[in-house]
Design a protein around this ligand. Structure first.
Ligand code: HEM
Length: 532
């Protein structure tokens, strides 16, 4: 490079006459600046190249560490951190994985190098059910993902839109409470099933409001509950096709095939809802249908789809993939957290007592819970926060994948590595939390501003952090508290005689309780009109 510059310099000298000294000085300075830049750049790269790979277990040839993983991945990962430290690598078949479990490393990934790590390593099962990753959760980082996420977070889940569809959520929660009051008082109920159906009903109501009503609608919701349950199980299963891509075309476990079947079923329902909604809109334009007062998510999305050339316009496939994100991402997660909260309260009756007292004070025994009560339910909020500390619904978040080779914690992380952020371990780290295994909601009351779900405190990340933080957070927060507060305010919940409560976990894409919680409701409110 220096030779080339001196050649230009001598050619220029020959040609120049006046002002030669000034230009000469400029050129000399340029040479020095370029030389410094060159030195800096090469030394930076050589540092990068010399950074070692993280330590980690060797595993077996071909299989890597796969045979030793066990069923509870988050436990194995936490044990390995005890041996290798907060950042280590392991191979699962062909796939290189790096597991991190300290707030400072998480910070490097989701804050300092967020763009590099904003990609997903999408499993085949997820691609099969999200129209090839055309949704928000599994699409790669880029302009399309940014567009979808903006529509989702700002338009659909903005405050105005969530306020506008409160009536739809309320209607479904009330329906469940009425059903329990009429048909289930005194009988054992699997709380996760009751909650999942309530949340699916509420979410579907918000998604397509008035369409798909009546018996057809009821059947579809019941079927959806089963499909979502199966889908989550399949998503959480280690898939040979992901681990050994050469075998992917054989789909040995049949996971892809089953996912495609579920996806096909959902697609038919989405098409039917879209057709009905478009017919309704056409009728409205022609003046044949009454003006509807509530706008559901499908209407928002169809309006965006209509803006053929607009920067925010979306395709029909993207629209349906986003519906899938709401139905799948928003239902099982919420009902799982409700089950964990109820379980912890059963284990800690003194906590349940305090929640009841708060509800009596804030709402009153002569009224039903409304969403405007929620900000005042500070203790219940702390109970939920403590529950998701100990039982984060996604203990390893959704794995990320760097788009280029980079450096984290002084180690080289090659492009394409699958990154697990072990939030479960961070939430139970004794160096970060006093008596971490103790269930003590009060820890979240002391300094409420320090604890929220925004992902800015890297010690507490139940909804993730950074660009890929849960896109449904505003809705999740409302739905979680509203469903819980309504259930607890309306009924007293007791365990069937002789029940021995345990808190063991079942690892999956969403971490559930191994044995479902069974509880018996009795009415708590005096006025039976509140159940009507
Ligand atoms: C209690 C309920 C919920 C929990 C605990 C939860 C948790 C999470 C977590 C941990 C992530 C991964 C974040 C990361 O990688 O940093 C995530 C992503 C996501 N969640 Fe949620 N979620 C819940 C409810 C919802 C709801 C109600 C919706 C939709 C309405 C939703 C939609 C999504 C989407 C679309 C993503 C992917 C975001 C992206 O990749 O850009 N979630 N969620």
């Amino acid at each position: 490079m220096l030779n080339t510059l001196s050649a230009i310099w001598s050619r220029w000298r020959g040609a120049s006459t006046k002002g030669g000294e000034i230009h000469g000085a400029i050129l000399a300075v340029s040479v020095v600046v370029l030389a410094i830049f060159w030195k800096f750049w090469t030394s930076k790269n050589s540092k990068k190249a010399s950074a070692p790979m993280p330590p980690g277990p060797r595993g077996l040839p071909f299989f890597g560490y796969l045979p030793f993983l066990g069923t509870n991945l988050h436990w194995t990962f936490t044990e390995l951190a005890g041996l290798y430290g907060p950042i280590y690598k392991l191979r699962l078949g062909k796939q290189l994985c790096v597991v991190m479990s300290s707030p400072s490393l998480v910070r490097e990934v989701v804050r300092d190098q967020d763009i590099i790590f904003a990609n997903r390593d999408s499993p085949i099962a997820a691609l099969a059910v999200t129209y090839g990753g055309n949704d928000i959760a599994f699409s790669p980082y880029g302009p399309e993902w940014r567009k979808l996420r903006k529509v989702f977070v700002r338009e659909m889940l903005g405050k105005a839109s969530l306020d506008a569809c409160y009536a739809l959520r309320r209607q479904e929660v009330k329906k469940t409470i009425r059903d329990v009051y009429i048909n289930k008082v005194g009988t054992p109920i699997i709380i996760s099933e009751l909650t999942l159906l309530t949340v699916i009903n509420a979410v579907m109501s918000m998604v397509w409001g008035g369409t798909l009503q009546g018996e057809k609608g009821t059947n579809i919701r019941a079927e959806f509950r089963e499909l979502v349950t199966e889908l989550m199980v399949l998503l959480g299963k280690p898939n040979v096709s992901d681990i050994f891509p050469l075998l992917a075309r054989f789909d040995i476990q049949g996971i892809e095939k089953r996912m495609k079947r579920i996806s096909g079923y959902c697609d038919r329902i989405f098409n039917s809802a879209i057709d009905q909604r478009m017919n309704l809109d056409r009728a409205k334009e022609e003046g044949a249908a009454k003006n509807e007062q509530k706008k559901d998510f499908l209407q928002y999305l169809l309006e965006l789809k209509k803006q053929e050339d607009g920067a925010a316009s979306i395709t029909l496939t993207q629209l349906k993939a986003m519906l899938m994100d709401i139905v799948v991402g928003g239902t099982d997660t919420t009902s799982t957290v409700v089950e964990w909260v109820m379980t912890e309260m059963m284990v800690h009756p003194e906590v349940m007592k305090k929640v009841n007292e708060e509800l009596t004070e804030v709402v009153g025994l002569n009224k039903a819970v409304e969403e405007f009560h929620l900000p005042k339910l500070r203790y219940l909020d702390a109970v939920v926060k403590e529950t998701v500390r100990l039982h984060p619904a996604l203990p390893l978040l959704v794995p990320r994948c760097p788009s280029q080779t980079c450096n984290v914690g002084g180690y080289t992380i090659p492009k394409g590595t699958k990154i697990f952020l072990n939030v479960w371990a961070i939430h139970r780290d004794p160096q970060l939390w006093d008596n971490p295994l103790e269930f003590r909601p009060e820890r979240f009351l002391d300094d409420a501003s320090k604890w929220d779900y925004s992902g800015n405190n890297f010690q507490y990340l139940p909804f993730g952090s950074g660009r890929r933080i849960c896109a449904g957070l505003p809705l999740a927060e409302r739905m979680l508290l509203y469903v819980l507060a309504s259930f607890i305010h309306s009924f007293e919940w007791k365990l069937p005689n002789g029940t021995e409560l345990e808190l063991s976990e079942n690892f999956g894409v969403v971490m559930k309780k191994r044995a479902p919680l069974v509880v018996i409701p009795t009415p708590r409110l005096f006025d039976f009109e509140l159940y009507a």
